[in-house]
Design a protein around this ligand. Structure first.
Ligand code: NAI
Length: 335
């Protein structure tokens, strides 16, 4: 099978090439990958001429037009190297007989550990402390944090990543409470499920791990922020639009938060994985957020560990093999 790999970054190529080297394929089946830096969209779909499958990522535009071109070029399989597939027109794919596969869960701990890193970093102002010491400013002013030990962690969404975050918080000696539409039985020994209001009221640390849906859009807004404890630490590594940014800014100005750590934020689409350091970002709420000393932002790097990239590469290649062999798999996504 020949795969055209879109939106290639150097770390993607490294991890897929390494995985491919020793990847076991049945009966002499050959897997070959060619890489292009272009992302998959209607303008670049024609590059797939002569390939059997394409591999896309979170920002690929796999709309009806892209799919129609891919179909004409003979593509029968789209390998999404991510969990999400909101950018794929599944109805059109089905109509054209193109299969779509994804990587549902690659390393929950990667994201959960980053959530805790942001919580700790924002709490102890590590982003400030690092720069102060570089400027020979060894004073401690503005750096005071709180202990996490014996504090209350409130986890919203206790699926794979939320559960990993519960385990981490438990390991820190925190009391762990959670809110989810379903209870995760595996956590029953050390997590107490409460209502959302109760979680907001009791938690010293609040971390979001639910998906973005119609129900969760702007879940964190000025109403829910007002229900939080003063001095709370708030972390979002899930999806930007779970939080109404204007309201978060208002909450910060009201001194509600001891620390805010964000790996995702509403404006991120134009920023993610791009170097925009030379630009003047007009009307940017992100710039406003960054002006606060207690806010630490990273650029959607929660998933970005060696283990997670290796898991993504392994599952994507296995998906290619399973498709070729006609084997059943839970990784197919359908309309
Ligand atoms: P999952 O599907 O295992 O867990 C999601 C949990 O949220 C489930 O337990 C579900 O019942 C719960 N949930 C759904 N609707 C809810 C609601 N209205 N209120 C409360 N809980 C609700 O998903 P997983 O793998 O744990 O991922 C969670 C999120 O993390 C993803 O949706 C994605 O947005 C984000 N993510 C972020 C990454 C990053 O690099 N920062 C990487 C991967 C995922």
């Amino acid at each position: 099978m020949k795969i055209l790999f879109y939106d290639t970054k150097s770390y993607d190529k490294k991890s897929f090439d390494e995985t491919l080297q020793n990847f076991p394929t049945p009966g002499g089946m050959e897997l070959r990958i060619e890489y292009t830096k272009s992302d998959l969209d209607p303008r670049t779909a024609a590059l797939a001429e002569g390939f059997d499958a394409v591999c896309g990522f979170v920002s690929s535009d796999v709309c009806a037009e892209t799919l129609t071109i891919l179909s004409r070029k003979g593509i029968r399989l789209i390998l999404m190297r991510c969990a999400g597939f909101n950018n794929v027109d599944l109805d059109k794919a089905k109509e054209l007989g193109i299969s779509v596969m994804r990587v549902p869960g690659y390393s929950p701990e990667a994201v959960a550990e980053h959530a805790m890193a942001l919580a700790l970093g924002a709490n102890r102002r590590l982003h400030k402390a690092y720069n102060k010491v570089r400027e020979n400013d060894f004073s401690l002013s503005g750096l005071m944090g709180i202990n996490f030990y014996e504090k209350c962690a409130g986890i919203i969404g206790t699926g794979k990543i939320g559960a990993a975050m519960c385990r981490i918080c438990h390991g820190f000696g925190m009391r762990v409470i959670a809110y989810d539409v379903y209870k995760n039985e595996a956590l029953k020994d050390f997590v107490e499920y409460v209502s959302l209001d109760e979680l907001l009221r009791q938690s010293d640390l609040i971390s979001l791990h639910c998906p973005l849906t119609d129900d969760t859009y702007h879940l964190i807004n000025i109403e829910t922020i007002r229900k939080m404890k003063d001095g709370v630490i708030f972390v979002n590594t899930s999806r930007g639009a779970l939080v109404k940014t204007e309201d978060l800014i208002e909450g910060i100005r009201l001194h509600k938060f001891a620390g805010v750590g964000l790996d995702v934020y509403e404006e991120e689409t134009n920023n993610v994985f791009e170097d925009r350091s030379d630009e003047i970002l007009e009307h940017s709420t992100t710039a406003r957020l960054l002006s606060f000393p207690n806010v630490m932002i990273t650029s959607h790097q929660g998933f970005f560990t060696r283990e997670a990239l290796s898991a993504i590469a392994n599952t994507t290649l296995q998906n290619a093999v399973d498709f070729t062999c006609g084997k059943e798999s839970h990784n197919y996504v359908e309309a």
